[in-house]
Structures are given as C-alpha cells and as structure tokens.
Design a protein around this ligand. Sequence first.
Ligand SMILES: Cc1ncc(COP(=O)(O)O)c(C=O)c1O
Length: 400
Amino acid sequence: MSFLSATLNRVKPSPTIAMSTKAGELKAAGQDVISLSAGEPDFDTPQNIKDAAVAAIAAGKTKYTAPDGIIELKEAICAKFKRDNDLAYTPAQISVGTGGKQILYNALMATLNEGDEVVIPAPYWVSYPDMVLLAGGTPVVAEASIQTGFKLTPDQLEAAITDKTKWLIFNSPSNPTGAGYSWEELKALTDVLMRHPHVWIMSDDMYEHLTFGDFEFCSPAQVEPALYDRTLTVNGVSKAYAMTGWRIGYAGGPTELISAMRKVQSQSTSNPCSISQWAAVEALNGTQDYIEDNKALFQRRRDLVVGLLNDAQGIACPTPDGAFYVYPSIADCIGKTSAQGTKITDDEAFATALLEETGIAVVFGAAFGMSPNFRISYATSDAELTDACTRIQQFCAGLT
Ligand SMILES: Cc1ncc(COP(=O)(O)O)c(C=O)c1O
C-alpha cells in the first residue's frame, strides 16, 4: 500500500517553480543566468501599504480573524468591485483567502464531486488543471489557437460543455499569453453560458489592472448581469500592488458558495494573515495613483520584448493586451539543432537548451497546455530584458 495519497499521484509539481529552481542552481554554480520565469512584479510594495502593516502590528492586530476576512477588508473589497467593475456585492458575499490561489482552490474544493468537469481554456495558468484534480474533478481543456489571439471562440466553448460541466475557468488578461477578451468577445462566451444554466463561471481577474493601450478590462458578471448568480469573481492584491508575498486574494459570489468556501478555509488555514489583511485594506482604499505608472512601465517593456523577439529567427510573438507575459510561437525552430548539438524536438527541449547554452530561463509551452511556445515574464529591468532577448536572438540564429 502506498503511503502517499492516490490523488497526489495525479498532480504534477509546478513547472514554473521547477524552471526557477533550475535557474537558481545554475546561478549558484556561477553561471550568468537571467530568469524570466517568475510571475511577480520586480518592484517593491508601495510605502503606504507597508506603513499600514506596521501600524497594524503596533496596534496589536496580530490575532486570529474571522475565517474569511475582517469586515474592514470585506467592505474595501465591496467598494473596489463597485468602483472598478460596477458589481454590487455585500460583505456576506465576499471571501478573503491566502492569495487568489487559495480562493480558487477553496471554490473548487467546495463544489466539485467526482466526475464533475471543469472547462479550462488553453493556454492556461499552470495551476488550474492540477487544482481541479486535487479537488476530485476532471479538467476539460479547450485549446484556443494563436490565430484567434489565444482566445476561446464561442463554438469551442459550446463543444467543451457537457452535462457534467460544473465550471468554466476564465482568465483575462491571461497568464501565460497576456490575451484579453474585449466586451464583445466575452459577451459571445457568456451567451453560450446562458444556454447552459448548470455551468458556473469562475473569473480570475488577477491581471485586471495591468492592461495596455486601448484594451478595456471587463468581467463576466458585468458583461452579462444574468450570470451574476452563478459567477465567482476572483481577484487579489498580488499583481496590482506588488504584494505577492503578503498572500491576500479575494472573491465575490453568491452567499451559499461563499459560506461553503468559508467552511473549507476554516478547517484548513483558519484565516489569512491579519497584518496582510490590514495592508490590503490600505491597498484597496488608499491611493491608486501608481497603477497607471505601473501600466506605462509594463507597456514599455512589452513593446521592447515583442520587438526584440520578433527579430529572432523562427520566433513569432503576438502583442499581448495585458499582464506581464509574452507567449511566442517557436514552430519554425522545431526539428532544428542548437549550436551545442541539442535537437529541438519540442518546446521543453528548446527551453532546456536555451537555459543551458545561454543562461536564459523561460517556461516551455507544454506546461500551459499549448505548444510549441514558451512564456517570458517581462517583470524585470529593461537592461536584463534587452540582454536576455539578445541572447535568445543569438541562440535562434545558431539553430541549423
Ligand atoms: C492567472 C493567475 N491567477 C491567480 C494567481 C494567484 O495569485 P496569488 O495567489 O498570488 O493571489 C496567479 C499568480 O501567478 C495567476 O497568474
């Protein structure tokens, strides 16, 4: 009899973390490595947010809290949903967790029974399929294509839905592609869901505040108010406020679902960190001025990276609408051989050879459910991005 749980056997460790670990090892061994694999902003949490945390410690706000969040934070989240998304939630409809990741996981744990299916458009964030598996459900991957800008079409969604479908996980702007759905594109998908009243939608809006140019963010319950009663709108402070380490995520949804998620959380982590919750109150209620500055910074980096990658032989890099990732295709590199003799059989071979031969760490597309591609996180300095993309250009030029 195996000591480890059978459920765990179905799940793979996060490939993004595996790539960062390998890059760290090479760096420790003295290699000149640039890691473009981490999914977090490279700048510090704003000072007003840090100050709020220090004040919370000084005031002794260091004890257990209500399992799914202090009322002050729930009220700040309700105000945020109204302000940014025109969505009306009451505090009883809000759940706060240890990161958006725990919120998504709680929701799946609270709702999935064996045999329940969850539609996940690919390319997808690496954790979705494994979280579904851990919660006992079955991921159903619906692959979008690069021709539609990595966005799922209504027909593809329709084809993926069965009697067993419980959720669609929706993520715009997307990790790993940066693709964002316009109001019309999202409406076409919500129209499909209107024809299937048993399907709920879990909208992961984590990159809402990182959008570029003319792109305007919208969320499913906003686009189709009739879906409000079967939508969980998920968000967090990690990406917009450079607060990945504070671990605060949240969601708004129907009270019955929110209560069920509270039950899961109360028997697992009890409550998110009290100090981080007070910091998040300040993040949401305090100045939002730096959001525009961050957008401008990331847009400049996006343009730098897209330009340099499209100059590399064999790489085709679409221009994303948001987030801080690009997801270029390397279809024209497959079958070639690197300068040091590695056969590029697939995107994993490409990423491994790139790391070993040039010191650039990226994540291969198979990890996100679409190949042959790779993901770059451009949340790093212009100098590092230029150096990294130049090395990628040289690597591609050396393929024969
Ligand atoms: C699409 C997406 N959703 C959710 C998360 C989780 O963020 P956190 O748990 O830090 O709130 C991430 C983090 O990388 C993400 O990329």
